[in-house]
Ligand binder design. Structure first.
Ligand SMILES: *Cc1c(COP(=O)(O)O)cnc(C)c1O
Length: 441
């Protein structure tokens, strides 16, 4: 089984004390030591999926694995992923700065996004980010202007909308025609002409697309590759230029609940490689370098969140709510996308009797702050530690301070050792940016 087809980190076991353990660390002990809510990242699971991806694509000679930082961007996780040979897809000054500070080779970084600011593009140029994926006409002109002022040449890709519909949540579909991301196929020629004739500090290397997220289909990756190769071949001919890079984005799904059946990296790899080889022959182009940039499927499974159970409420003839000490501020996905999760009680993972159907409520002041609806748990009580699985992606990265609650800490577990990789926010952190103007009374 592939790592992204597991709900739990691959090192998850029940130990001799009867507690859940990840990376050799007893989760009850972790909760005691570091407090809750607590994000936990398993080093072995993270490295295992990175290696799976690399092996899956190894038979194609020119491939560069990238990691989409927006799924989770911290110094430690960036350093781990970089050490597995990955480059990085970044979408803000904050992500650029984080990977830079983590020691990432900046030539392997791609800056992507539909509304990059002047300052962000300037920072990218100052830190020698390897590629900029230009999203629209406004950005082409802005970037050229910045490049001119810094007397630099900039290596770019064009982000395109390939016109592929995938079956995922509407908010995480990006490749369909009426999308806010990228150039429409009918606009690329104008963009290339502008680059050739006017924006001479920009050098185009290829095309970039991303069709969506939490994708369970494999065939659409084949269709996407075909479109990218076809367009490259057409542009090379028409404009007498060399385009030798295609970036197919990310999007592979993970298994949040038992009914989710995502394909594995090698399923996507075999479709992509097969379609690439036939398209290269059909359109008669040289072997391009292919970039794949998964986010969720790299980091999701290695992460879990630990919560302490507090109050409970049985609505007469209705739902039993069990409340935890976190919720929508540390995991926005259930309230934003109706996302589903699997959980277990860490200190009694194996108990099969006394099962109760409950709804896990967050502690935030919104009725919609529900983490899991209708889950069966063995007599959940105050003081129990709840482990929600598959929270590595789009949890911490979307976390907020709603209700003026401090963001949780994050620990890395490996070989029975645990290390803090993000400190828990303090009350002082919360007010550290606040200012009371003089003379306010
Ligand atoms: C979000 C995004 C990704 C990663 O998507 P996942 O579903 O997390 O794999 C990759 N490329 C681009 C351009 C993105 O916007």
């Amino acid at each position: 089984m592939s790592t992204n087809q597991s709900i739990k980190p691959i090192t998850t076991v029940v130990n001799e004390r009867g507690n859940l353990e990840i990376g050799g660390c007893d989760l009850v002990k972790l909760a005691e030591t570091y407090g809750t809510p607590l994000y936990v990242i398993d080093n072995v699971t993270l490295r295992s999926i990175c290696r799976e991806y690399k092996e899956a694509f190894a038979s194609y000679r020119k491939v560069q694995m990238m990691y989409a930082s927006k799924a989770l961007c911290t110094l430690a996780t960036s350093a781990i992923i970089a050490s597995e040979g990955f480059g990085f897809d970044v979408v803000s000054a904050g992500e650029i700065y984080t990977v830079y500070k983590a020691g990432v080779d900046m030539s392997k970084v791609l800056f992507n996004g539909n509304n990059k600011s002047f300052d962000e593009l300037a920072l990218a140029l100052d830190l020698d980010v390897g590629r900029i994926s230009v999203d629209n006409f406004f950005e082409l002109s802005l970037l050229n202007e910045i490049a001119l002022s810094k007397n630099k040449n900039v290596d770019i890709l064009l982000r395109i909308t390939p016109g592929i519909e995938c079956h995922t949540h509407e908010y995480i579909q990006t490749g369909h025609l009426d999308s806010k991301f990228g150039f429409d196929l009918t606009q690329i020629d104008d963009a290339v002409e502008l680059i050739k004739n006017e924006y001479t500090n920009l050098k185009i290397h290829g095309l970039h697309a991303h069709i969506g997220s939490q994708i369970f289909e494999t065939s659409i990756y084949g269709d996407e590759v075909e479109i990218l190769v076809k367009e490259i071949a057409r542009l090379e001919q028409k404009y007498n230029i060399k385009l030798d890079e295609i970036n197919i984005g990310g999007g592979l799904g993970v298994k949040y609940v038992e009914t989710d059946c995502p394909p594995e990296p090698k399923d996507i790899a075999s479709i992509v490689i097969q379609r690439l080889n036939s398209a290269i022959e059909k359109y008669n182009i040289e072997l391009p370098t292919v970039f794949i940039e998964p986010g969720r499927s790299i980091i999701s499974t290695s992460g879990v969140t630990l919560y302490s159970i507090g109050s409970s409420k049985q609505v007469p003839y209705g739902t039993k709510y069990v409340a935890v000490d976190g919720g929508m501020a540390d995991n926005a996905r259930p309230s934003m996308y109706q996302a589903e999760y699997t959980a277990q009680i860490v200190n009694k993972p194996n108990i099969k009797d006394a099962l109760q159907k409950v709804t896990i409520a967050g502690r935030f002041c919104e009725s919609g702050d529900i983490l899991i609806k209708n889950i069966e748990l063995p007599n959940p009580e105050e003081g129990d530690i709840l482990c929600v699985f598959n929270t590595g992606a789009y949890n911490y990265s979307m976390a907020s301070n709603y209700n003026r609650v401090q963001k949780p800490a994050m620990v890395l577990v490996n070989n029975s050792q645990s290390d803090i990789i993000v400190n828990r926010e303090t009350l002082e952190d919360l007010i550290s940016h606040d200012v009371i103007p003089n003379g306010l009374s």
